[in-house]
Design a protein around this ligand. Structure first.
Ligand code: OGA
Ligand code: NI
Length: 389
């Protein structure tokens, strides 16, 4: 088995430049004011700790676009699939049942080819989503003193910080994040949530639980399995919630909001505001995920790719920053809860056959995420480390 430690070694300090960068990162961290604090101080140039190398595939534009799935947008480019969940609840008529099959088929196609889709008519009220985005903005736009008590990189459940892995990658990203960890669904301790967004986050998470239950069935069906299959694996707990704030950036070409990565989870449900900037990598091209009011984005994570034996793909994505902002997003990550973090997950036996041998060894969520954490967002993917040679 390949170890992840090779990357850790690569991340260790190598020269004076790195030592200097670590010092600058620490100085920035110790302000506890995040990127928002830099902007408020009147900064007009992006400090070098935020300079990130261009993605090696930035210039690839040779995507051999076929007439796949009629997903060609108005501009002739590729368009992230949009799945309309309208009518899903009504299974009493033949038409409605047909509708469900159609939706399941669209989800299957989207996760097989893109690893993501935008979802509309998903049942989460639009005002609940709008309120959430607004209160995330309010949290980040409070005075520095009010936010200070939340700034942390320790293991506390509710905290805010700028760039979780910057001491590993030695690159800071152009965003601040409010992070909430919780056990099993919405059992988030209300007292620990910042008062400015407490009720709104709780209402939103309640909706996420309902949506998760729906998606758990739809995804099981899209894999050709019984609809309670994923639920029985207890792998889709809503256990982490990140609320990002990407301030406007004076030199957007020098930095990124979120570097290229795939999510090391089972599934991600993402809400973005109307600014734009999210891109997914598809057919050797970076494709914009256009803001669509009322929509939610679903991304397959690495572990869904692993258990589906590459049937569904975990999508690489990133966030470009712009001079206009702030951009707000709220991201729900679905993965096993603490009690299941050591449970082994491997390619589902029902999906395997003589012609489809397991491509990955079993791993636990804990082991997987440790491997991922050692790399940091700018490094290579963790998934290949679990591949059976
Ligand atoms: C993430 C992520 C995208 C966004 O938090 O993993 O990809 O739009 N966020 O903020
Ligand atoms: Ni992500």
């Amino acid at each position: 088995m390949k170890q992840c430690s090779d990357t850790m070694n690569r991340s260790s300090l190598t020269d004076d430049d790195d030592i200097e960068k670590m010092k600058e990162l620490k100085e920035f961290d110790e302000t506890k004011a995040g990127v928002k604090g830099l902007i408020d101080s009147g900064l007009s140039m992006v400090p070098r700790i935020f300079h990130c190398p261009p993605d090696d595939d930035d210039d690839d534009d040779d995507g051999d676009i076929d007439d796949e799935e009629k997903l060609v947008g108005e501009d002739g480019g590729l368009q992230v699939p949009v799945v309309d969940l309208q009518g899903l609840d009504n299974t009493t008529t033949a038409t409605a049942a047909g509708g469900r099959n159609k939706i399941v088929g669209e989800i299957r196609m989207a996760l097989e080819t893109w690893g993501c889709f935008q979802m509309i008519n998903h049942g989460v009220p639009i005002p609940t989503m709008d309120n959430l985005l607004e209160c995330v903005k309010q949290f980040h736009e409070q005075s520095q003193e009010s936010k200070l008590e939340y700034y942390s990189r320790d293991s506390r459940k509710v905290k805010y910080y700028s760039t979780a892995d910057m001491y590993i990658t030695k690159v800071a990203q152009w965003k601040d994040s409010l992070s909430c960890d919780f056990e099993d669904d919405a059992a988030v301790d209300s007292q620990t949530l910042p008062s400015v967004c407490r009720g709104t986050i709780q209402s939103y998470l309640k909706c996420m639980v309902r949506l998760r239950n729906e998606l758990s069935e739809l995804l099981s069906e899209a894999l050709g399995l019984e609809k309670d299959r994923l639920a029985s694996m207890e792998c889709l707990n809503i256990s982490k919630f990140l609320c990002h704030y990407y301030p406007p950036c004076p030199q957007p070409e020098l930095t990124q909001g979120t570097g290229k990565h795939s999510d090391p989870f089972f599934l991600t449900i993402l809400l973005q505001d109307s600014i734009g900037g999210l891109q997914v990598y598809h057919k050797n091209k970076w494709v914009d995920v256009p803001p669509l009011h009322g929509s939610l984005i679903v991304n397959a994570g690495d572990i869904l790719q692993l258990i589906s034996n590459d049937k569904f793909i975990s999508v690489d994505h990133r966030v470009k920053v712009g001079q206009i902002g702030p951009r707000i997003s709220a991201v729900c990550f679905l993965f096993p809860s603490k009690k299941n973090e050591s449970k082994a997950y491997g390619p589902l036996t029902e999906l395997l056959s003589k012609n489809n041998a397991p491509k990955y060894r079993e791993t636990s969520y804990k082991e997987y995420v440790q491997c991922y954490a050692a790399k940091g967002v700018y490094d290579i993917k963790a998934l290949p480390h679990f591949k059976i040679a």
